[in-house]
Design a binder for this molecule. Structure first.
Ligand code: SF4
Length: 366
């Protein structure tokens, strides 16, 4: 039998941290690393129990559902080591130009039928500038918005001009997906054609335009627990509203095709640690959950997740939406059908909850 790595004093510390977060306080990076370093299954379950309470306290029984449309596929100029759509990798994934209105409206109909809050238009390219392509993207966003069937989101890569973010906002865009992907330290291990700073800069333009931020990362790329911890604190620092956690699904032909998978308990522990660091954010489980968690998928909610990417991913399949909806029903959870304005994420005061602020930022990202 595996020996518990927490003694009584440490379990009391876990309870103290859990209560502090429930009371609106924050945990330090040092405390967070102690949680990331828990080893035994019994300790991880104790951690998840608190993460579940924190989720219920701040999010109730609502689960935010999102889906995506691959609006422009393949032949991307960037060299992200995990990505099947990079032109640096021979993966045989589809390639096509920016989609016509019909497939986008079909995705909106399907989202509406399945009580999915948002449909994100995702484009495999480096980024978007002023020009005919931005005009076309804005048209799709306006059409989606006018349909009233779903919230139009987008993930269009790097933005280097405030005017672009402002035009997306004018077209009706409410939320933009742009992952930091990993810690600043680990970023060059998976991408060298653009920088972590390019990503943080894009988020700055979007926030200035009044667009909500969906930003998270990928775990299981060979990063350390410190990298995961720093990613979570950086996402807090940039003010991410939705935090997608992707779990690497190594695709044949990519640079990461042979990276060994993370054990499911390590994945669940990471989700729980993110909930402690980001108690009010939507923590969304995105790509890689079916292949990495298998029968343990439903445990993401007891680990603190409050949102789920449903439907197929960009280049890989997911379990059916019907199965996901049944999973939520069986857990007594409800799709957050109407979505919200993210007002529940606002903290009052300094947020230390103990009369003193123990926040430490990770690496400076903004
Ligand atoms: S992750 Fe995005 S930017 Fe990177 S290669 Fe894939 S599509 Fe291009």
């Amino acid at each position: 039998m595996q020996r518990a790595s927490l003694d009584l004093t440490s379990l009391e510390r876990l309870d103290e941290l859990g209560r502090r977060v429930l009371d609106g306080g924050r945990i330090s990076r040092e405390d967070a690393m102690a949680l990331f370093n828990l080893e035994s299954t019994s300790d991880i379950f104790a951690l998840m129990s608190w993460a579940n309470r924190i989720r219920e306290h701040f999010k109730g029984n609502k689960i935010h559902l999102c889906s995506i449309v691959n609006a422009k596929a393949g032949a991307c100029s960037e060299n992200c080591s995990f990505c099947a759509q990079s032109s640096f990798h021979q993966t045989g994934s589809p390639r096509y130009g920016f989609v016509d209105p019909e497939p986008v409206m079909e995705a909106a109909d399907e989202a509406n039928r399945n009580r999915v809050t948002a449909v994100g238009l995702v484009a495999a390219w480096k980024g978007i500038n002023e020009g005919p392509m931005l005009d076309e993207v804005c048209d799709r966003i306006r059409e989606l918005k006018a349909s009233g069937k779903t919230r139009p989101d987008a993930s269009l890569g790097i933005i280097k001009d405030q005017k672009v973010a402002d035009r997306l906002k004018e077209a009706g865009l409410e939320c933009y997906g742009h992952n930091l992907e990993s810690s600043k330290r680990f970023f060059p291990q998976h991408c060298t054609t653009h920088t972590y700073e390019d990503r943080v800069g894009t988020i700055g333009y979007l926030k200035k335009a009044g667009i909500k931020i969906c930003s998270g990362g990928i775990i299981g790329m060979g990063e350390t627990r410190e990298d995961r911890c720093d990613l979570a604190f950086s996402l807090k620092e940039i003010g991410a509203n939705v935090v997608p956690i992707n779990i690497l699904n190594p695709i044949k032909g990519t640079a990461f095709e042979n990276v060994p998978p993370l054990p499911p308990m390590e994945i669940l522990k990471t989700i729980a640690c993110f909930r402690f660091i980001l108690p009010r954010q939507e923590i969304m489980i995105a790509g890689g959950r079916t292949v990495n968690l298998r029968d343990m998928q439903s445990m993401v909610f007891t680990a603190g997740a409050s949102a789920l990417m449903v439907g197929n991913y960009l280049t890989t399949l997911n379990q059916s939406v019907e199965k996901d909806l049944q999973m939520l029903k069986d857990l007594g959870l409800d799709p957050d059908w109407e979505g919200h304005d993210f007002a529940d994420q606002e903290e009052s005061g300094c947020g230390c909850g103990n009369g003193k602020c123990e926040t430490e930022t990770a690496e400076s990202t903004v």
